[in-house]
Ligand binder design. Structure first.
Ligand code: GN1
Ligand code: MG
Length: 341
């Protein structure tokens, strides 16, 4: 079925007339669909190879959106699902892939890289508010959709396995990177065993997942809620540090351009603390300085394992893209770690 016919399965206000691929994610398929009356939707297909239980994702999404509506919570803004003509929240295509449609919030923008310290502050504050607001939801209502998603030792073990299998004869070209990640294992194990509280966390707290107003000054909504599940708040903080403090692209090929800006890191810290209010425990606050290197190294392990396995998980548009992504994350991890020294 073509994209416009797919869009037509939903109860739109008028006829869908054009579809443009919506960039930014590495996992799902997203289209912006413009309709004849000037309205627009974001049509998104969940990647079944990643989200094995799409229904759970939709149940979590509904619980989060219902909560946001009841509270008129600022952090989730005006996100809303458009039902299908059959009155459901999703459409399943002939391949069993689940599609859902969000109303497109007009006069908004997303950014792949942070534009200013003020913007880093705003984005981090929004993720902090999201965490604080989600803490009011009964955690039993939010199900785990990606088990062991942030099990860093398991991610490093998976990299080691991919390097040993070396199914695409790529391991020789990235020994330095593999060794750098393996060296992080003791620290990863120590963090994994620290008894942080279990909270409802976003799990993809990158700058690209904040909807800003057109000037980019005000964060209007936290988006991409598919990975939201019970977990550790510091994973979100780590994701923010790795994604908001460096303006180089996530797959930048020139490692010299990868520079962590300390004032952005400080803005992220202040913004997140402000957004979280009094939510965080002393244990969480004490470990904040480790979170950036933690999550960048974990993501480096994930990108590199995928590169070694033949790029099966993260979408790529060129050879070695996952290797470049891994190198960028390692560089960010190193710089974030040295900021703390
Ligand atoms: C993936 O597809 P996207 O951009 O929403 C990934 C995150 C990574 C991120 C890196 C389900 O998210 O964990 O941090 O790429 N999502 C999943 O940009 O694996
Ligand atoms: Mg995501």
């Amino acid at each position: 079925m073509d994209t416009l016919s797919l869009a037509n399965m939903f109860a739109l206000s008028s006829t869908p007339v054009s579809a443009v691929a919506w960039a930014g994610g590495h996992i799902n398929t997203s289209w912006k669909i413009d309709c004849a009356d000037g309205s627009a939707i974001l049509l998104q297909g969940l990647n079944p190879d990643v989200f094995h239980n799409s229904l759970r994702v939709m149940q979590n999404l509904n619980a989060l959106l219902t909560h946001a509506t009841q509270l008129s919570a600022p952090a989730t803004g005006e996100l809303s699902l458009i039902p299908t003509k059959a009155g459901r929240d999703w459409h399943t295509d002939t391949n069993g892939k689940l599609w859902r449609a969000f109303s497109f919030i007009t006069n908004t923008r997303t950014f792949l890289e942070t534009q200013s310290t003020a913007q880093a502050f705003e984005a981090a504050k929004a993720f902090g508010q999201f965490l604080r607001e989600s803490a009011q939801i009964d955690i039993e209502k939010i199900q785990t959709v990606l088990p062991e998603f942030h099990d860093t030792p398991a991610r490093i073990a998976a990299l080691q396995e991919a390097a040993s299998a070396d199914s695409h004869q790529r391991a020789a070209s990235c020994q330095l990177e593999i060794q750098a990640i393996l060296a992080y294992l003791p620290q990863a194990c120590a963090l994994q065993q620290t008894p942080f509280p279990t909270r409802i966390v976003h799990n993809d707290a990158k700058v690209a997942n904040i909807l800003f107003n057109e000037s980019g000054e005000a964060a209007l909504a936290v988006i991409d809620l598919d990975t939201t599940q019970p977990g550790c708040a510091l994973h979100d903080y780590g994701d923010m540090l790795r994604s908001m403090t460096c303006r180089a692209a996530e797959d930048c090929q020139d490692i010299n351009q990868v520079k962590v800006n300390p004032s952005y890191a400080e803005a992220v810290r202040r913004g997140w603390l402000q957004g979280c209010g009094d939510l965080l425990t002393p244990l969480e606050i004490a470990h904040m300085p480790l979170a950036g290197a933690w999550i960048s190294t974990e993501l480096a392990a994930r990108f590199l394992a995928d590169y070694l396995s033949g790029d099966l998980y993260f979408q790529t548009s060129r050879p070695q893209q996952n290797l470049d992504r891994a190198r960028v994350q390692l560089q960010i991890a190193m710089q974030l770690a040295s900021l703390q020294e």
